[in-house]
Design a protein around this ligand. Structure first.
Ligand code: HAM
Length: 448
C-alpha cells in the first residue's frame, strides 16, 4: 500500500464509530480525579530533550532507546514526550504552581511517543491518563492515589486487575542496594548486553528492567530492594499498606517492581492484568520525592501514576465491559424543494441552539434516499417537509423506533418537539417498568 494511505508503524486511528468509547473512559477518569481534588493540566506534546534526560534518567530504556528526538529548525534538540510526569513538573515550576497551597493536584489525558517494538498493547503513539500530586510526603497520599486509580477501574467495571506494590527506598538506602547489585552483576558482566554493561557502572538498578531475555534472566535472581530499606522508608511503606487495608484495597507486595524510570523513590505500584497478553501492566506509578529538585525546584516530595488508555480499552473489551451508546441525532429533517430547505435550515438552527442534535441531507437527495440516510444515522425522530407542509405550517413528526407519528406546528417546532419527545421518553420508561420520579424532572437543585 502506498505510504500516504498507511499510518506510521505503531500508530493507529481512533475511528468515529469507536471514539465514544475513548471519550467515555477519559471523561470517567477526569471526573473521578476531580472528585479527589485534581485539576486538568495540558502541556505541549514536545519539550526540550534535556528535560527527559534529566527527569526520566539518561540510563533508562526510554531515554537511551525509545525517544523520538530531533533538531528543530532553530537547532534545538526537541523530544516528543515519552511520558507525562517530566512535562508536568516543568510546568509546575515554570508557572509558579509551586508557590500555591500544597499539595497541588493535577491530572492529564495525553498522547505519548516511544520507539518500542509494536505488539498488542504496545504502540509507538499511545495515550495515558495520569495524575501528579506535588508537595506531600504523607503516606496518606500514596494510599489516596492508589485508591483513585482503583476507583477508575471499578467505575469502568474492570475487575480483573491485581495491585502490586513495593518500596524502592530513598537515595540513602538506595546506595546500599546499588552496592549489592553491583556485586551481583559484576560476576555476570560478560553475559549482560552492551547497554547493561554501561548501566553496571552508572545505575545498576536499570539492569533490572532490561528487556533483553538474557539480562532479564540474570536480573530475576538479583538481590531485592526491600531488604535494603532504611527505617524511615520501611515505616512509610508500612503506613501505606495499613492505609490501603483501611480502604479494603487488596494488594500483593512484589519486591521485583522497580519501574523503568529513574525518578521513583519509596512507594511504587502497578495494576496488572492477565487477560491482555504480555503487556499486562495497565497502570504504573509511585513516589518521586527528588524529581522537582532535580529539575531545579525546591525540595517537593511528590507522587503520581499513569494508565495506558489503549491497554485499558483492550482489557475492557476482553471483559465485555459496557460502554454508553454513541450519541445519535435527535432529529433528521427531510426537506424537499427550495422553500422546504429554507424552513429546514431555520428549524435546524433553533433545535441546535436548544441542544437537540439535528441533521439534514446536505446532498438534497430524493425522499427515499433521505429516509435511508436518516435510518443509517439512527436518528430518533424524522420530519418530512415539502411545499405542502410549508404552506399549511404543520408536518408529521415520526418516532423512528415506534413508527408513531404526531402532527406538529412548524412555527413552534422546538416547543412541540420538546413536549412530544419528553412524553415519549416517559412512556418508554413506563413500558420498561421503571418508576418515574417526577420531582427530579422539575427540581431546582435549591431544596434542602
Ligand atoms: P510507565 O509505566 O512508563 O509510567 O507508563 C504508564 C502506563 O502507560 C503503562 O502502565 C502502560 O499502561 C502505558 N504504556 C507505556 N508504554 C506504552 C506503550 N508503548 N504502548 C501502550 N501503552 C504504554 C509512566 O509513564 C509514568 N510517567 C507514570 C507516573 C506518573 N509515575 C508517576 N507519575
Amino acid at each position: 500500500m502506498a505510504l500516504v494511505t498507511k499510518a506510521v508503524k505503531g500508530t493507529k486511528d481512533i475511528l468515529p464509530k469507536e471514539v465514544h468509547k475513548n471519550q467515555y473512559i477519559e471523561a470517567t477518569a477526569l471526573d473521578i480525579a476531580e472528585k479527589f481534588g485534581y485539576k486538568e493540566l495540558r502541556t505541549p506534546v514536545f519539550e526540550h530533550t534535556e528535560l527527559f534526560q534529566r527527569g526520566v534518567g539518561d540510563t533508562t530504556d526510554v531515554v537511551q532507546k525509545e525517544m523520538y528526538t530531533f533538531d528543530d529548525k532553530g537547532s534545538r534538540s526537541i523530544t516528543l514526550r515519552p511520558e507525562g510526569t517530566a512535562g508536568a513538573v516543568r510546568s509546575y515550576l515554570e508557572n509558579g504552581l509551586c508557590n500555591e497551597t500544597l499539595p497541588q493536584k493535577i491530572c492529564y489525558v495525553t498522547s505519548c511517543y516511544r520507539y518500542e517494538k509494536p505488539q498488542a498493547g504496545r504502540l509507538r503513539e499511545f495515550h495515558q491518563f495520569g495524575v501528579e500530586c506535588f508537595g506531600t510526603q504523607s503516606p496518606l497520599a500514596d494510599a489516596e492515589i492508589i485508591a483513585l486509580a482503583k476507583s477508575i477501574f471499578d467505575t469502568l467495571g474492570i475487575n480483573d486487575l491485581s495491585l502490586e506494590i513495593n518500596s524502592i527506598g530513598c537515595p540513602a538506602c538506595r546506595a546500599e542496594y546499588h552496592k549489592a547489585l553491583k556485586d551481583y552483576f559484576s560476576g555476570k558482566k560478560n553475559e549482560l548486553c552492551h547497554t547493561c554493561n554501561d548501566r553496571l557502572d552508572r545505575n545498576p538498578m536499570r539492569i533490572l528492567d532490561c528487556k533483553s531475555p538474557v539480562c532479564s534472566e540474570i536480573a530475576a535472581k538479583a538481590p531485592v530492594v526491600t531488604n535494603y530499606l532504611c527505617d524511615e522508608c520501611r515505616e512509610h511503606f508500612e503506613k501505606v499498606k495499613s492505609f490501603l487495608k483501611a480502604q479494603d484495597i487488596e494488594y500483593t507486595v512484589n519486591p521485583k517492581i522497580v519501574r523503568g524510570l529513574d525518578y521513583y523513590t519509596k512507594t511504587v505500584f502497578e495494576f496488572v492484568s492477565n487477560s491482555i497478553g504480555a503487556q499486562g501492566t495497565v497502570c504504573g506509578g509511585g513516589r518521586y520525592d527528588g524529581l522537582v529538585e532535580e529539575l531545579g525546584g525546591p525540595h517537593t516530595p511528590s507522587l503520581g501514576f499513569a494508565m495506558g488508555l489503549e491497554r485499558l480499552m483492550l482489557l475492557m473489551d476482553a471483559q465485555n465491559c459496557t460502554f454508553p451508546e454513541p450519541a445519535v441525532p435527535d432529529l433528521f429533517i427531510t426537506a424537499l424543494g427550495e422553500k422546504a430547505t429554507l424552513k429546514a435550515l431555520e428549524i435546524a438552527k433553533d433545535m441546535r441552539s436548544e441542544g437537540f442534535g439535528t441533521v439534514m441531507d446536505l446532498n438534497q437527495r430524493s425522499i427515499r434516499a433521505q429516509m435511508k440516510y436518516a435510518d443509517k444515522l439512527s436518528a430518533k425522530f424524522n420530519i418530512v417537509i415539502g411545499d405542502n407542509e410549508v404552506e399549511t405550517g404543520t408536518a408529521k413528526l415520526k418516532n423512528m423506533q415506534s413508527g408513531e407519528e404526531t402532527e406538529i406546528s412548524l412555527q413552534t417546532f422546538v416547543n412541540g418537539f420538546y413536549t412530544i419527545s419528553l412524553s415519549q421518553q416517559l412512556a418508554d420508561l413506563e413500558i420498561n417498568g421503571e418508576e418515574i420520579d417526577f420531582t427530579s424532572l422539575f427540581s431546582t437543585g435549591n431544596e434542602e
